[in-house]
Design a protein. Structure first.
Ligand code: DC
Length: 237
């Protein structure tokens, strides 16, 4: 096989980590579309487990029965399916489409606690590695470049000022009709940043070889161009 064919068909893993609500999934979807890669939103997987825990009464405002959740992990099946009408991937919990339900503030308020459970992480990381075995993947989350795919060919670490992130999230939630104040969204972002970076299991940290993108003051188009430049650079080496 001639070398140019090898380069053109080579597929890589693109790991996108970063803080809550800084547009990881928007960027990841755009990159996946451009390169015809699979996109996996790992936050949705933690959100799906949080929904299961809520529905089964394992977690509430004041209580969290971790043991009951851990004992039930074998009963939880999280998967993705492509919605051809909307041309996007949607999240399923035990065969039920839960894409809309997991995006609301109720799940956002509980999911950090779920993401701290070692056994939950182990289960989801295993699924994520299986999905990525063939490469040709853009995966976003908090530990993708550090734990799930430490050998990912390209690692991006995204950040933006917390007030800008809160405003973007607030706008999104309003658009889906969530009855919420800006203050609530801001508090949720601050507390999730704190939980994500301080937990003992796979905290959010920047991989040493990650490229940092602060998108507080750049447009989505500028950001995409920048990242595609890095992707194409990796693909040509
Ligand atoms: O990206 P998101 O806001 O949908 O993620 C939901 C929660 O899941 C967030 O509080 C952090 C956690 N998470 C994680 O711990 N590890 C990941 N790989 C992805 C998300």
């Amino acid at each position: 096989m001639d070398i140019s064919t090898t380069l053109n068909t080579a597929k890589i893993i693109i790991a996108i980590d970063g803080y809550s609500s800084c547009g990881k999934s928007t960027l990841a979807k755009q990159v996946a579309k451009e390169k015809n890669y699979l996109y996996i939103d790992t936050g949705a997987m933690y959100r799906a487990v949080a929904l299961y825990a809520l529905r089964n009464g394992f977690i509430s405002q004041d209580n969290f029965n971790q043991k009951a959740l851990i004992d039930s992990l074998t009963k939880i099946k999280v998967s993705f399916s492509h919605n051809s009408e909307l041309n996007c991937s949607e999240t399923y919990l035990n065969g039920e489409n839960i894409e809309k339900e997991i995006r609301g503030i109720t799940i956002s308020n509980h999911v950090s606690k779920i993401a701290q459970v070692k056994e939950v992480r182990a289960k989801l990381v295993e699924i994520q590695r299986e999905i990525g075995a063939e490469k040709g993947l853009v995966m976003d989350g908090r530990d993708i470049g550090t734990v799930v795919f430490p050998n990912a060919e390209l690692k991006i670490f995204m950040t933006a000022h917390y007030k800008i992130r809160a405003q973007r999230r607030f706008d999104e939630l309003q658009a889906i009709g969530d009855d919420i104040t800006f203050e609530e969204v801001l508090n949720n972002i601050v507390s999730r940043d704190n939980d994500d970076t301080s937990r003992s299991e796979n905290p959010l940290i920047q991989a040493e070889d990650a490229i940092v993108i602060d998108n507080s003051e750049i447009t989505q188009g500028e950001q995409l161009k920048l990242v595609l430049g890095h992707v194409n650079n990796k693909l040509s080496h």
